[in-house]
Design a protein around this ligand. Structure first.
Ligand code: SF4
Ligand code: SF4
Length: 750
């Protein structure tokens, strides 16, 4: 956090910088000097290089950073980018009250790719309870003008979200609605800074008023289908499921933030200003000390120890993994320092308990770009990847599907069939989350949703089919209209019903073990265990010791630029099953290089392709259909095993690229590769090398001279293409590391 200025144009009476015990702002220069900024930027770059960090986040802060003016912001952002960008990806942000935001400033911020978070406490009465000018005048209209500016298409990418401080005097749902109306990409709620010596306001007779306030927002947010990420609530949901927190306010994450004050001194997290005068000080500065020196400061180092750094009460607490003792500053009490639970302990405990008791799995808006850890990326880059890494990719995929559905939901409101489907899906996500998860993980649900988003198909009504499939799986009785396309009603993961009538929809009533259809004046009963002839069930087969979908019925499976086979005859399906079983069993043996765990975790469906007329092997994968591979009949089990692994590699890399930039997408250069006649773009070369790395590995594990020759061919192809990629200068820092590790794997074989 870089304090660009130390003064503010507002005089909020809840401000921890000016109104709380630490008054060190008085001795700070008003604006950070150019020499201080240069020293700070050098220190950050030095730290990123020393630790080989992929990314660094710098938040321009104050006081009010906009007081630096457009020229000051341009100079600061330019300096930071010049120093840090060559070393690590710089995620540059600014937290502002927005009052001085103008188009000129927005142009500067956009030019330097600075994302802006704005502080707003709700509607006019809620916001102006605290957030006023020194003369008492309202700031609300000016802040809303700033938010309107950030919503303009040319600035929208720089809109990071809204930060809101909770005040019990404000109605929680009205605050939530006021924030939502500003269309932020994210909302964060902060509890007002307080500690055991300066306890928060608590109305008499209400034991946990802050929990009650946040739970009112939580209930409404769930009912709305979680239309925007709320960082505090998402973090509590995530930590309850064993995941990470995205805020220092809760969870056991390690402290990874240091403040650089306007005069270049390093300070601890600045909410400590609410504890006592001088609380954040470290005695270190950017001119004489490295970031590592600041990280070694005893108070910061103590916050790197997770559970061990908490007081005895917190360590024993049943919800400590979610709560994490609350915000560090809120634990302070004179005499015992920070060795206490949070002053919000009762509220935090109640909040965690109540949220855990509420199904919280309504579709989330999006998966964070930091969804994969460096360790997982390193593991995947090695080629095989563990089962755990593959599972993380699957969870990234699920997040992408949920994000797509939420993005489609406003458009669904205009289509009665889709709107009913969306409402049902949101309800089921609370009542029967497992059934919803299974359907959303189906590879072709994402493919349909992407086509809707991209305008390739307008078939939003298929949302009703997705919801109906989840309802049938859950055994929940509901009635809704479901689309019929080409006389067929498709239900993802379940099968398709031949309606034999040219209708837009049929009325479906789900029930335990099946459903009823009212179509063209007749009524059909489908018992999944004993279906009528018009029902074509999805083929669940056992192969390699596990269940797999032999997908020959889903209407959205045709996504491979190769012709998919029509519905198989039962005898053909049996042959496919036998063949897949043998290939997958083979993968589990010694001779095929150790790819079985990742294939087992990722592969959900195999789509039969029509055979190539010239007899060539055919296989494909599609990023939009994660979990499925398409293959034509292969000559033998060994060949099929190679094709499956090859295509699963493409799925793995596609899932990585969903959340991690490995190369510059604006780079249009092409490379000549030995396995294709036409020069390939960077993404194509990356995909080819990642798949061939695995294929080489498999041949390496097989006996005989033919296998040895195949191994050498794939290895040499891959080595040459990896070296070309590494020398091209089109990879990001993360991409360099990923490709470098692929190269290391090849080197380790020789
Ligand atoms: S805008 Fe922020 S820095 Fe300025 S007075 Fe208000 S809370 Fe403090
Ligand atoms: S609920 Fe209270 S005791 Fe438990 S971890 Fe949080 S602050 Fe500590």
């Amino acid at each position: 956090m870089l304090k660009l200025t130390s003064r503010c144009d507002l005089a909020c009476d809840h401000c921890y910088v000016y109104q709380h015990p630490d008054q060190s702002w008085r001795r700070q220069p008003r604006v950070m000097a150019a020499a201080t900024l240069r020293a700070a930027a050098r220190r950050i770059a030095e730290h990123a290089a020393a630790h080989r960090l992929d990314a660094v986040r710098v938040v321009l802060h104050g006081g009010e950073p906009l007081l630096a003016g457009a020229a000051g912001l341009a100079a600061a952002a330019g300096e930071l980018r010049r120093r840090i960008d060559p070393v690590a990806r710089l995620d540059l942000r600014m937290q502002s009250n927005g009052v001085l935001l103008t188009p000129r400033v927005c142009d500067v911020l956009a030019a330097h790719d600075v994302k802006v978070g704005i502080s707003l406490d709700g509607d006019v009465s809620a916001n102006d309870r605290h957030r006023r000018h020194a003369n008492g005048a309202s700031s609300h209209a000016a802040v809303r003008r700033a938010l309107a500016l950030l919503r303009r298409p040319e600035y929208r990418a720089g809109y990071a979200g809204i930060l809101c401080t909770v005040d019990l005097a404000n109605d929680p749902v009205r605050v939530y609605e006021a924030l939502l109306a500003e269309e932020p990409p994210q909302i964060d709620f902060l509890l007002p800074h307080a500690n055991w010596d300066r306890p928060p306001v608590r109305p008499d007779g209400v034991p946990t008023p802050y929990a009650a306030w946040l739970l009112a927002v939580h209930r409404r947010w769930l009912a709305d289908g979680r239309p925007v990420p709320i960082r505090l609530l998402e973090s509590l949901i995530s930590t309850a499921a064993g995941g990470a927190s995205r805020t220092e306010a809760v969870g056991l994450g390690l402290a990874d933030l240091v403040v650089i004050e306007t005069d270049g001194t390093f300070e601890q997290v600045d909410s400590l200003k609410s504890a006592y005068h001088g609380a954040p000080a470290t005695g270190l500065d950017v001119f004489r000390h490295r970031v590592d020196d600041a990280a070694a400061h005893p108070m910061i180092a103590m916050r790197q120890t997770g559970l061990a750094g908490l007081c005895a009460t917190c360590r024993e607490c049943p919800v400590v993994r979610q709560c994490g003792g609350g915000l560090f500053a809120h634990r302070y009490r004179a005499g015992t320092g920070f060795d206490n639970p949070s002053v919000y302990c009762a509220d935090l405990k109640e909040l965690v308990h109540a949220m855990v008791g509420t199904p919280a799995h309504a579709p989330a808006r999006r998966q964070g770009a930091d969804a994969l850890s460096r360790a997982v990326l390193d593991d995947l880059a090695g080629g095989r990847g563990t089962e755990e890494s593959a599972r993380q990719l699957a969870s990234v995929h699920l997040g992408m599907v949920r994000a797509l559905l939420v993005a489609l939901s406003p458009r669904a409101a205009d289509d009665p069939v889709a709107a009913a489907g969306w409402r049902l899906l949101v309800d089921l996500d609370v009542a029967a989350p497992e059934a919803v998860r299974v359907v959303l993980e189906h590879p072709f649900v994402r493919r349909w949703a992407q086509r809707c988003r991209d305008g390739v198909t307008g078939d939003l009504a298929y949302l009703a089919a997705v919801a109906a499939a989840a309802a049938i799986r859950a055994g929940v009785g509901v009635t809704l209209d479901v689309p019929v396309r080409g006389g067929v009603l498709g239900l993802p993961t379940l099968g398709a019903f031949d309606v034999s009538a040219d209708l837009p929809t049929a009325r479906l009533t789900s029930r335990e073990g099946g459903f009823d259809l009212a179509v063209a004046g007749r009524r059909e009963r489908v018992r999944l265990a004993d279906p009528p002839a018009a029902w074509q069930p999805a083929r669940r087969v056992r192969a390699g010791g596990r269940e797999l979908l032999l997908e020959d019925v889903d209407p959205y499976r045709d996504c491979y630029h190769l012709p998919v086979a029509p519905r198989l005859a039962d005898a053909d399906a049996a042959r496919w099953t036998e063949h897949l079983d043998a290939a997958l069993r083979r993968l589990r043996g010694e001779a095929d290089g150790g790819y079985a765990p990742a294939v087992g975790a990722l592969l959900r469906a195999v789509v039969p392709l029509r055979p190539d007329p010239a007899g060539r092997q055919r296989s494909a994968a599609a990023g939009a259909a994660f979990g499925a591979v398409a293959v034509a009949p292969a000559p033998d089990d060994a060949a099929l095993a190679v094709l499956l692994v090859h295509e699963v590699q493409h799925l793995k890399l596609d899932a990585v690229l969903d959340v991690c930039d490995l190369f510059d997408r604006a780079d249009e250069r092409r490379l000549t590769v030995p396995w294709r006649p036409d020069p390939r773009p960077v993404e194509g070369v990356l995909h080819g090398t990642y798949a061939h790395l695995a294929v080489a590995d498999m041949w390496r594990s097989r006996p005989g001279p033919a296998a040895a020759a195949a191994y050498r061919r794939y290895r040499d192809w891959t080595v040459g293409a990896l070296d070309a990629l590494l020398g091209l200068g089109a990879l990001t820092t993360a991409g360099d590391r990923f490709v470098g590790r692929m190269r290391d794997t090849l080197d380790s074989w020789s």
